[in-house]
Design a protein around this ligand. Structure first.
Ligand code: PAF
Length: 291
């Protein structure tokens, strides 16, 4: 596994690989890797690509209330895990080469960034879109893999790719979960033993939304109320949102006719967790099974 820090070197290396007619699969990360990240590398390898992971804690996506300094940095164990997965290249750029002192150009995020995380974390998606575009420039990959756990992030990146005609395919991969349903996240390490038990409430609330839809309750009001009640039962400490949204626009949907995304952000102890689930009407589930 090649570990590259230099920007010219990564570009030259990718150019070299592409000349060999090899396909490149990019896995952008901020490190603190868990099984969810590693599944993205596995996926790139299964798809027959040269797997390129990036590790960069991107300062511009942190707001004043998010603690950039406290973000877990576990480079040695991340590199070991990537090597074990058969990752081919890891790019670990120095912060001052990505953002020079005079850096002042940012990507204006698309409209799907407006609500939810975009509203609660002003500037977050501007930072995400900017770093992801930079990485796409430095590593002109054929495909980039992202976890569906950050549903809105994937939607923002997909819209940016479409709007700016970027020659890359975005692959949204299934959320990897703990056996009890908790979505893997770098933030889970902050949960105390007691918080960890309560954190599974997010998964329970999402699953409940699907069960209620199965039972014929298909209005936003009733599904959101059911999710909130389940979160309060956990109990989580606060709920930022528990909503039913359109899969494309992420605007709230009043009635779920076919499918929608149930999204949650809640705080357990001092840890803010997000999760989501595609919920489907019975008829759509039947059609999916027969396809
Ligand atoms: O999902 C993340 O880890 C980050 O937001 C990303 C996409 C690597 C950009 O910094």
């Amino acid at each position: 596994m090649k570990i590259i820090h230099d920007l010219n070197e990564i570009y030259a290396q990718i150019d070299f690989v592409r000349r060999d007619a090899k396909r490149i699969g990019l896995v952008p990360t901020m490190g603190a890797l868990h099984a969810g990240h590693l599944s993205l590398v596995q996926r790139a390898k299964q798809d027959g690509e040269i797997a390129v992971a990036t590790i960069f804690v991107n300062p511009t996506q942190f707001g004043p209330k998010d603690d950039l300094a406290k973000y877990p940095r576990t480079l040695d164990s991340d590199l070991t895990a990537l090597r074990e997965q058969g990752c081919d290249i890891v790019f670990v750029p120095p912060s001052d080469r990505i953002y020079s002192g005079s850096h002042s150009t940012f990507v204006e995020p698309p409209s799907v960034a407006r609500r939810w995380e975009g509203e609660l974390r002003p500037g977050h998606f501007r930072g995400v879109a900017t770093i992801v575009l930079k990485l796409f420039q430095l590593i002109p990959a054929h495909v980039a893999y992202f976890g569906r756990k950050d549903y809105q992030q994937v939607a923002v990146i997909q819209a940016m790719v479409d709007d700016l005609n970027l020659p890359i395919r975005i692959e949204a991969c299934e959320t990897v979960r703990e056996p009890d349903g908790l979505a893997m996240s770098s933030r889970n390490r902050y949960l105390s033993k007691e918080d960890r038990v309560r954190a599974v409430g997010l998964w329970r609330a999402l699953s409940l939304a699907q069960r209620r839809l199965d039972a014929g309750e298909n209005t936003r009001a009733s599904l959101e109320a059911a999710m909130r009640a389940e979160l309060e039962k956990a109990p989580v400490d606060s709920i930022d949102y528990a909503a039913i949204v359109h899969p494309g626009s992420m605007e709230p949907v009043e009635v779920v006719e076919e499918s929608a995304i149930a999204i949650i952000a809640a705080r357990v102890g001092s840890t803010r967790l997000i999760d989501n689930m595609t919920i489907m009407a019975k008829e759509v589930q039947r059609m999916e099974r027969t396809e």
